[in-house]
Design a protein around this ligand. Structure first.
Ligand code: HEC
Length: 159
């Protein structure tokens, strides 16, 4: 390859490399999410990554995400949180939410996270802000959310 061609190739590749090199460590822990609107709770049988066992999931949406659920269009800054817990037997009749396993986050930035549908993905093990677990720019997270492309890559529907 001539120097000129190499230079052109490098120029063309630069944006793609920049995109995939996007470090999602920049997604901060969603402080205060428990004051957001709690959209729904599920008992999840297969687990939400990175935890594989049965768990209880509370899904929170910030005001921008709630507006997006109403309008079908999400502005940058819209955020969803899955707050996932294990459970224990409280008594013979009751299963109770127990240890926090993970706080999983999706944050909207159409341009920055173009490669993953305009959503940045991060998850914090045990809900610890110092333990982000996503190291692949959200590629693995995104695979499960792709089938929901027609719903903005979200499982959550409705207000
Ligand atoms: C095995 C499939 C799967 C993978 C992998 C996955 N998710 Fe999800 N995700 C789901 C399901 C199912 C729901 C619906 C959860 C509920 O309603 O309780 C969901 C919901 C969410 C939501 C709430 C918004 C929505 O789509 O309803 C966030 C935030 C989220 N996931 C983040 C992540 C992050 C971060 C990762 C990677 C660490 C990830 N997900 C990987 C299956 C997956």
């Amino acid at each position: 390859m001539t120097t000129k061609r190499a230079a052109v190739a490098a120029l063309l590749l630069a944006p793609a490399v920049a995109l995939f090199a996007q470090d999602q460590a920049d997604i901060a822990f969603p402080e205060g999410y428990r004051d957001w609107y709690q959209h729904h709770t599920t008992v999840n049988l297969q687990g939400h990554t990175p935890e594989g066992e049965v768990g209880i999931q509370n899904v929170y949406v910030n005001p921008a995400a709630r507006a997006g659920l109403r309008s079908g269009k999400f502005e940058d800054g819209a955020m969803f949180v899955v707050d996932r817990f294990s459970y224990r037997n409280e008594d013979a009749d009751t299963l109770k939410q127990d240890t926090r396993k993970v706080v999983a986050v999706m944050v909207r930035n159409a341009e920055r996270y173009k490669a993953t549908g305009g959503w940045g993905f991060q998850a914090f093990k045990g809900g610890n802000p110092d333990q982000p677990v996503v190291k692949d720019q959200g590629a693995a997270c995104f695979t499960c959310h792709i089938p929901h492309a027609a719903n903005n890559y979200l499982f959550t529907r409705g207000e």
